[in-house]
Design a protein around this ligand. Structure first.
Ligand code: MD3
Ligand code: FE
Length: 199
């Protein structure tokens, strides 16, 4: 039920099925106000993951670089972070600040996320909390150097991961999804929510 992967704390089945359904409804509300976009890297390569956000800031990448912005690319402010997510932060993050951003990552069945480091935030002493919904995903985490050995685990719908301490700057990524592995979204795919302190 609880697992440690290179310093990443994983709480399996933290959300019961009913809580997952309720959270999915909140995510649909976020996406009505802030539609998913397919971001491109600064070099112009599209990511396979589509993204949106809630909170004071959302993470953006385009020809202008990687950064946090207070508005959706369409000019609208990001919608607020749902209370149920703030409660999960309170319960699990052991942070001394409130989250300023909830990144919404949408994985179509063939989407991936290459090994990367999250370093666009100003305060690495604050954790990142991630919630997975929908199809299972092979999550890989290494160390603070790209060449460090990695370990991997399947993240399932309702699992929470907390990245704190040394793991906060660990390289990590999503290798692949397991198709039709969850009944939460019958048409498949995966949503990952990450709560972060940004400033
Ligand atoms: C380890 N998301 O949004 S969540 C990301 O499943 C991201 O969408 C993946 O990597 C996803 O940046 C993985 C788990 C996660 C999130 C942030 C981390 C692991 C992390 C930050 C540092 C180390
Ligand atoms: Fe990341």
């Amino acid at each position: 039920q609880e697992l440690d992967l290179n310093g990443v704390r994983i709480i399996q089945e933290a959300l019961r099925p009913e809580a997952q359904v309720a959270l999915l409804e909140e995510v649909r509300g976020i996406l009505r106000a802030a539609p998913l976009v397919q971001p491109v890297t600064p070099s112009g390569r599209p990511l396979s993951v589509r993204m949106s956000a809630a909170g004071d800031y959302g993470w953006i990448t385009d020809r202008g670089g990687y950064r946090y912005e207070a508005r959706h690319p369409n000019g609208a402010p990001w919608p607020p972070i749902p209370d149920c997510l703030l409660e999960l932060w309170e319960l699990y993050a052991e942070a001394n600040r409130l989250p300023e951003s909830c990144l919404v990552n949408w994985y179509a069945p063939d989407a991936r996320m290459g090994l990367h480091q999250d370093n666009d935030e100003a305060d690495f002493s604050q954790p990142v909390l991630s919630v997975s919904l929908g199809d299972e995903a092979r999550f890989r985490v290494g160390g603070i150097n790209r060449s460090d050995p990695t370990r991997s685990v399947w993240l399932k719908s309702g699992d929470i991961a907390i990245l704190h301490g040394k793991a906060r700057l660990a390289f990590h990524g999503i290798d692949k999804l397991r198709p039709n592995s969850s009944r939460l979204m019958p048409s498949g795919g995966r949503i990952n929510l990450t709560l972060r302190v940004v400033t």
